[in-house]
Design a protein around this ligand. Sequence first.
Ligand code: NAP
Length: 334
Amino acid sequence: MSETFKKLVANKYTKDFRDAGEVIEVPLEQPGARQILMRNHFGGVNASDVNISGGVYFSDGSFPFDLGCESIGEVVAVGEDVTEFSIGDSIVSPWLGSAYTEMLCRSVDEGEFVKVPKCTPAYMGAAVAGLTASIGLKEAGEMGTGETILITGAAGGVGNWCVQIAKLAGNHVIGTCSSEEKAKELKRLGCDRVIIYTKENLGEVLSSEYPDGINLIFEQIGTDTFDACVDNLATRGRLLICGFVSEYMGDPQEVLAPRIYHKLLWKSAQLRAFLYKDWPDKVSSHIKDLVQLVDSGKIDPLVDNTLFKGVDSCIDAVEYLHSGKNIGKVVVTY
Ligand SMILES: NC(=O)c1ccc[n+]([C@@H]2O[C@H](COP(=O)([O-])OP(=O)(O)OC[C@H]3O[C@@H](n4cnc5c(N)ncnc54)[C@H](OP(=O)(O)O)[C@@H]3O)[C@@H](O)[C@H]2O)c1
């Protein structure tokens, strides 16, 4: 085993990921008591990587700090008193700092490592993308069955899990995306109506084809998309704010408009926001359920096929996601 390994760290807070990130080479330490050493096979790229590098959340002011959110790999060494994992196990790490490093040494008591059948990006997606979709729809969104559900950013890392989870629960699923190529994938995954917002106006399609409104909206984009969603909620509809990726790279857009209660009260509609980390008691059971759904073939996570190889490619991978070109989860291969 090599004596050193590479990882990507941030030395300052900035949303310019290229400016924040530095690849460093550090000595490999053997795991201590209750620790395991993991060799990453894949790292997951997330829209919010730029919020983390920007110190928007998860920030405690200490530098340097490890970037990235989730990874999958194999256990290559275990410390004393570790009984839960053995060398050769495939595991998912949903830890902050997991994604953009070749090796990871952590205590098994500090958080959730999840054993999976093999090291594939599909299983890794369960840790953050799938978890976000599942906690969002089921816990924060109180998804039912037979509802009309709209997923914005449907062909992305989180979005494609949402489509499949909402469909499995017996709902009518509408997905938005920017291209025909993405739309084709969304139809394959079970979307009943795909709205290519570069060709059709989202608000107009919703109001003409769904005059009773949408029961549950899983919103990831923000700005005009968010506005169209608010306008098309059903009576007792829920608009779930998962993110607002269109505003991550710039300053918040300032708008002058009547306060939002003018739009919500008359239809008893609700605005909800969620971060999956605020349901810590639910994380483990949701990930285990998602892994089983992948295992049984009921969910086929969409993985983008652009190859990013090694720690040196992580910044390119984050910038690629923010170009909006990705179809499914963006991954880095180690
Ligand atoms: N609440 C939580 O706990 C939680 C956890 C994880 C992620 N999230 C959020 O979930 C959302 C999706 O994250 P992800 O990592 O899965 O990303 P992603 O969906 O794989 O990639 C972002 C997608 O957003 C769309 N998009 C629309 N406008 C964009 C713009 N101006 N810039 C970039 N992309 C734009 C693009 O799809 P189209 O071209 O098809 O529009 C793009 O493919 C983000 O808002 C993220 O912050 C929230």
